[in-house]
Ligand binder design. Structure first.
Ligand code: SAM
Length: 241
């Protein structure tokens, strides 16, 4: 199955960065398909203008409703005549709900997703009212545009697509997936600058190793993110976290 991600952005070339690493592998394997739409191609004047001054005054510019909504409709396959779109339309925005690993898992299970990257002071509110199903933030800070935020989402999703990670177990064992942070990792050599690999990892005793890792994961979570342990203890058995 392929996840088709439609991206609406005035800087489509930025997404070339996704050709590297894990997302590059997902694209090569056709687990992921990326289709870019540029709102400038839907601008109404020969200067390809897509932004204008805000009503009510104030600093900056705002992405205009008409070219942006036309681009979203073209990207998501939803024409004004009412052809049904195949997946949610997500606006990357600092005002959105903060993206968690569980959201990434939900996105990865979809057949299609349309991502809108804003610029300037953001997009005309009427586009949000008429086109956007979901607003997602990648953290409590403000970026200059939604492109990097969209790429963060795509990379997090791409590595969960079947066959992409190689070892399916890796995704199950890492931070957040089990509701806590990851345990520490070591590789060769056994001794680096007088620091030895913990003896238990050399023991070959898989049960002991699993216990040690679980304890280390709990310890680091308690130290750095005690909030995750509280969330975990409030989840009843059988609940999906
Ligand atoms: C300069 S920001 C606009 C900020 C907006 N005026 C505000 O204060 O909420 C321009 C674009 O960057 C994107 N963006 C900025 N910060 C983001 C974040 N934390 N998560 C997701 N997208 C973000 C959004 O697409 C936004 O439209």
């Amino acid at each position: 199955m392929t996840l088709r991600v439609n991206v609406v952005s005035i800087f489509p070339e930025m997404f070339d960065a996704l050709r590297f690493g894990m997302s590059g592998r997902a694209l090569e394997q056709k687990a992921l398909e990326l289709l870019m739409t540029n709102p400038r191609d839907f601008a109404k004047n020969r200067y390809r203008t897509i932004d204008d001054r805000p009503y009510g005054g104030g600093p900056g510019m705002v992405m205009m409703a008409e070219p942006l909504s036309a681009a979203i409709d073209a990207a998501s396959g939803e024409s004004r005549e009412g052809t049904k779109k195949a997946g949610p339309i997500v606006y990357l925005s600092p005002k959105g709900r903060r993206m968690e690993q569980t959201d990434v898992e939900s996105f990865a299970a979809l057949p299609e997703l349309t991502l809108i990257a804003g610029r300037y002071e953001g997009i005309d509110e009427r586009v949000i009212q008429t086109r956007i199903d979901d607003e997602v933030s990648i953290g409590d800070y403000v970026l200059a545009g939604g492109e990097f935020a969209a790429m963060v989402l795509i990379e997090a999703v791409a590595r969960l697509l079947p066959g992409v990670l190689g070892n399916e177990e890796s995704a199950v064992q890492e931070s957040f997936t089990s509701g806590i942070l990851d345990y520490p990792h070591y590789t060769r050599p056994e001794c680096f600058e007088n620091l030895r690999v913990p003896e238990v990892l050399l023991s070959g005793d898989h049960k002991k190793i699993a216990n040690w890792r679980q304890n280390q994961a709990l310890k680091v979570t308690k130290e750095r993110r005690p909030d995750l342990l509280e969330i975990r203890s409030s989840i009843k058995p059988g609940d999906k976290h």
